[in-house]
Design a protein around this ligand. Structure first.
Ligand code: ADP
Ligand code: MG
Length: 249
């Protein structure tokens, strides 16, 4: 049994069957990549896992509990955290202020904006945010405006913000989309570090095969809303069905 078990999930948008019959099992403490051509249904699948969409059919179990019918914040509290395609950080706040938000939210179950102004007496939260910035190797940027950082550093901050919620499953939808090579490599290094140092499972949707083959323990190829093949990276590389569907050969 995987920590995430998706069974027979289908999702239709009007006349379009975005997901046909998706089965997916993500094993604990692995990096599982989901790849496939544009429009294959990858983001739709991810949205079904975090409560943003409700599938028409099938089941989604996380650690033995159904996520279906739960609100996104409830699923987040169950231990699933999601990184968006465009970094979801607060550009007008400093790096440290950004990091404080999920730390307060984790401790208090909610976040009040004025908490940032009165943080000096909140040693536990401050220390946690500081430790996460050190872990993310961005402690020297703590006073920087988040908007002024490079794309790779914004992504690094956002991933750190997700990790402060202490998720057991981290979901990433094309985390290196639109990045320059240096920022992509920076993101690969960070995800490798997280994989090695933390007790966490990662499911990643990714277009860039360099990223996929640098990180994945297991790969599912989705084509037209249905898993085409699931295998280890070395077998995916040479699979003719994958080359045909994904590389258009
Ligand atoms: P991928 O992430 O693999 O590129 P998506 O899951 O975004 O694919 O989309 C799968 C299909 O579903 C596409 O044809 C897309 O246009 C369609 N689709 C996605 N979201 C919606 C929506 N909210 N309403 C209607 N169609 C959608
Ligand atoms: Mg997508």
């Amino acid at each position: 049994m995987g920590i995430l078990e998706v069974k027979n999930v289908g999702k239709r948008f009007g006349g379009l069957q975005a997901l046909g019959d998706v089965n997916l099992s993500v094993k604990e403490n692995t990096v599982h990549a989901i790849i496939g051509p544009n429009g294959a249904g990858k983001s739709t699948l991810l949205n079904c896992l975090v409560g943003k969409l409700i599938p028409d059919t099938g089941s989604v179990m996380f650690d033995g509990q159904s996520v279906l019918g739960r609100a996104p914040y409830e699923i987040n509290q169950m231990g699933i955290s999601r990184v968006f395609q465009t970094p979801e950080i607060f550009g007008d706040l400093t790096v440290m202020e950004n990091m404080l938000i999920p730390c307060f939210a984790k401790r208090d179950g909610a976040f009040e904006l004025n908490a940032i102004g009165s943080v000096s007496g909140q040693k536990d939260v401050l220390e946690k945010a500081e430790a996460m910035l050190v872990d993310m190797n961005m402690a020297d940027k703590r006073h920087m405006h988040a908007a002024a950082m490079s794309r790779g550093d914004k992504r690094r901050l956002e991933i750190g913000m997700c990790l402060s919620q202490e998720p057991r499953l981290l979901l990433l939808d094309e985390p290196t989309a639109g990045m320059a090579r240096a920022d992509t490599n920076n993101t690969i290094d960070l995800l490798k570090q997280i994989k090695e140092e933390r007790d966490i499972t990662i499911a990643i949707i990714e277009h860039d095969m360099h990223v996929v083959f640098s990180l994945a323990d297991r790969i599912t190829v989705l084509a037209q809303g249905t898993p085409l093949v699931e295998d280890d990276p070395q077998n995916i590389k040479g699979n003719p069905k994958v080359r045909e569907a994904y590389l258009g050969e």
